[in-house]
Design a protein around this ligand. Sequence first.
Ligand code: GLA
Length: 388
Amino acid sequence: MELKKLEEHFYGLFGNSELKPRTFFAPGRVNLIGEHTDYNGGFVLPFAIQYGTYLAIRQNADDLVRLTSTNMDFRVEIPLKELSKRVEKQWVNYPLGIFDQFRQANIPLSGFDLLFSGDIPNSAGLSSSASIEMVTAFALNTLIPESHFEMIDMVRMAQRAENEFVGVNCGIMDMFAVGFGRKEHALFLNCMTLEHKHVPIELHGFRLIVGNTNKQRGLADSKYNERVAECQLAVTYLNPVMPVTKLGEISFMQFYKMQEEIPDEVIRRRARHVISENQRVLNSVSSLLKGDILQFGALMNASHESLRDNYEVTGFELDTIVAEAQKINGVVGSRMTGAGFGGCTVSLVREDVADRFIEQVGREYSLKTGLHADFYLTEVSDGVREIV
Ligand code: GLA
């Protein structure tokens, strides 16, 4: 993104080129492994990518929050007094949810002009929403003198904004990765305690390639909330034999012994996914630390299988990319990443077959689904920051 252009666009919309806006950036994220474990108090291993959301922002004296984006042709103006109202245009609710969090924390708010510009595809499961939320929170925290939040506070605010304001019962992984991402590292996060470590991603001649199915995610939010509820139900069934509050507290061995306590076969499979996936994250971290790329790839494949068969969040498009990827000699692992029901895959591909991978998987995918897939070679990047 050219900052000069963003600034010019900003002046074109909001005027007064004497007063420069400040510019911030928050990345999107790709989750390496640990899918649908975060809201179960489990482990995740995401990293921040080079794509994300830019925000040019400036205080105004009009008691108005004016928001717009270079990607869309509408603009929203909200008087400060009405900040807690939702607006019909979906993405605006992400920054508005953050303003609402600041208001609830009694941070004095003035008017602001905000111009967003994103280069992550929307609804692709790469956390464009967390990226918008975190860039807004970080910018407000930098610009408002009375605001002194730590990164962890902003991460929590972003999750609350999404849960309460937008209405998706998502976990904390996305905001955490966007806030705490670090170049060339994955973030190993325990979602129960929020302890985290940065694990170096050294790929020894492999690349991480994201494949976007370009499938509209349709019912994703309601299906997502349904899975959250199913996991809670699994906990209720297991409670008489092992009093826990979340599936993440149960080891695979413990689950193996008590799984029959869950009478419903579907709920049992949901729990099996979460609990086995948790173990796969731990194994992945040790594989990465040992530089055992093949072992890590095998864990990625196993994760996809479980998301497909136990958790049932993949679907034809994601399964097709993954199956086609796995056919290629030099691809050691491939899986869906993010919430599922469409969205993206991530594959671990030997550098010298990357071009062939993109060509061949793309061609087979189009033939089988009638859709066009996009591919991105990811760079493991830093978290939210100001651009100076
Ligand atoms: C979405 C949610 C995350 C997480 C993933 C699945 O990205 O926002 O909190 O639950 O799905 O792992």
